[in-house]
Design a protein around this ligand. Structure first.
Ligand SMILES: Cc1cc2nc3c(=O)[nH]c(=O)nc-3n(C[C@H](O)[C@H](O)[C@H](O)COP(=O)(O)O)c2cc1C
Length: 162
């Protein structure tokens, strides 16, 4: 961690960001990736916190950077642990114009609605006015033999844009 002249904190790659990592996971894959990403972001000098049961009040209290890491379940649905937050954000429409976000969406293209849970979260963030940081990462388990490695590479680049 470096200390900037104006008193701000900086990482090797840029400014330090406060990041909440929001998990949507049924069987643990997205949870594991989110956990690893949180650790990686902290090692890179950011302040990342993992929210495995993301609650509305907690998420709106600290609107700096959100990293959404979600799988898809059922027929293109958001996993049950993330669904309450999704519904509350949609119902209450908090002002997220100062929020920046990134998205890692896990899915399987053999299902009809590929990564639809991630796509819905992405759309919601845009609807609330949040600003995307970089391109979202879509991990297709049919095509990506090592999702952890794909996520780690993506985080390396994403973190420099914060
Ligand atoms: C019952 C079930 C339904 C699924 N439905 C979808 C789907 O509609 N679209 C998709 O892209 N992936 C779908 N998947 C694939 C999961 O998103 C993928 O396996 C993911 O890695 C699971 O992450 P998790 O362990 O965090 O729950 C489904 C998987 C299961 C077991």
């Amino acid at each position: 961690m470096l200390q900037g002249e104006a008193g701000f904190k900086a990482t090797e790659g840029g400014l330090m960001a406060d990041i909440q990592v929001l998990v949507g996971s049924t069987y643990g894959n997205a949870g594991q990736i989110a956990d690893d990403c949180t650790e990686q972001l902290n090692n890179l000098g950011h302040k990342a916190v993992l929210l495995s049961e993301p609650a509305y009040e907690q998420v709106i209290a600290q609107p700096d950077v959100l990293l959404i890491c979600t799988a898809t379940i059922g027929q293109g649905e958001i996993p049950a642990n993330l669904m309450p937050l999704y519904c509350q954000l949609k119902d209450r429409s908090p002002d997220f114009t100062k929020v920046r976000f990134g998205l890692i969406a896990l899915g399987d293209s053999s299902y009809e609605s590929f990564a639809e849970g991630g796509k819905q979260m992405n759309e919601l963030m845009y609807d609330l006015g949040a600003k995307p940081v970089g391109q979202a990462l879509f991990i297709d388990s049919c095509e990506t033999p090592d999702p952890d490695e794909a996520a780690a590479e993506w985080i390396d680049e994403w973190s420099t844009k914060l």
